[in-house]
Ligand binder design. Structure first.
Ligand SMILES: N[C@H](CCC[C@H](N)C(=O)O)C(=O)O
Length: 278
């Protein structure tokens, strides 16, 4: 399917990874049609389609495709693990292959289909330097000066991970937006609340920058697994329970691998009337 914008509308796909849902526009041919206003209008669950993230596939040099991410408030995101899995699955099917390479804002990534049908993405090495996450200069990412002693980890986007006794008890909708907008984070932050179930098992709930509570956040599970390992709470391979299911995270020498399911729900076309009203 080619989502070239025409007088008759704009084709799109709806996908999700563990209930973290996406509109995907394949703009490999034709112009990239996405603006902040289009992202907000399309992301409106009442007057548009609704999504946690919008992913746009574009051509790439030196990789199979480029992938850009938008939040439903119209801001850009540098990484989205679940959308990367879903779109990689779509591209593997389209190219008749079991692996693909892609370019995102954070650089080159790769994905493979496992024998059990799950898709694994190498999300790259975690970013642990203040300026690159980013957090304010002079602050130690390993111990942020906030109540609860959170840790900042970058996965191409910023994450602030809190380890708590019981993630179920956290008022994510109240605490999340306060941390998202804390001045420590010049580009705001995604916020994770995690509790340790066992040496290779975490429970995590998330408040996503630019979106709010979601059922899963792939980059957030990677950041949380990295943070847990750095704090000596788990090993490098963990199963992370999110509201929408489970993701397997494996922090290897070549990057943080994230494995989980993908779902391509439907294809449809935005009407020209909808586009003209933006
Ligand atoms: N749901 C995404 C993360 C979106 C991150 C976005 N909210 C940001 O502004 O960084 C994931 O699976 O990794």
């Amino acid at each position: 399917m080619n989502t070239k914008r025409t007088q008759s509308g704009l084709p799109f796909m709806k996908m999700h990874g563990l209930g973290n849902d996406f509109v995907v526009i394949d703009a490999r041919e034709g112009d990239d049609p996405v603006t902040p206003a289009l992202a907000r209008a399309l992301g409106d669950r009442h007057r548009g389609v609704g999504f946690d993230q919008l992913a746009v596939i574009r051509p790439a040099q030196g990789a199979d495709f480029t992938l850009d991410f938008w939040n439903n408030d119209g801001t850009r995101a540098g990484a989205c693990g679940n959308a990367t899995r879903c779109v990689s699955d779509y591209m593997m099917r389209q190219l008749g292959r079991e692996s693909v390479t892609l370019v995102t804002e954070r650089g080159h990534l790769s994905a493979i289909r496992r024998d059990d049908g799950m898709v694994s993405v190498n999300m790259g090495a975690p970013i642990l330097e203040a300026a690159q996450i980013p957090i304010l200069p002079g602050i130690d990412p390993a111990h942020l000066p906030l109540g609860g002693d959170p840790i900042a980890v970058g996965m191409g986007n910023p994450h602030c991970v809190f380890f708590v006794d019981d993630a179920e008890a956290v008022e994510v909708d109240r605490q999340g937006p306060v941390i998202e907008h804390d001045p420590l984070f010049p580009e705001r932050t995604n916020v994770e609340f995690a509790s340790v179930i066992g040496p290779d098992h975490l429970r995590m709930r998330v408040w996503e920058r630019g979106t709010g509570i979601t059922l899963a956040c792939g980059s957030g599970t990677c950041a949380t697994a990295v943070a847990a390992q750095l704090r000596g709470l788990t090993g490098k391979r963990v199963l992370v329970e999110v509201d929408g299911g489970q993701l397997e995270i494996d922090w290897r020498d070549d990057g943080v691998w994230m494995t989980g399911p993908t779902a391509h729900v439907f294809d449809a076309t935005l009407t020209q009337d909808f586009l003209d009203a933006i």
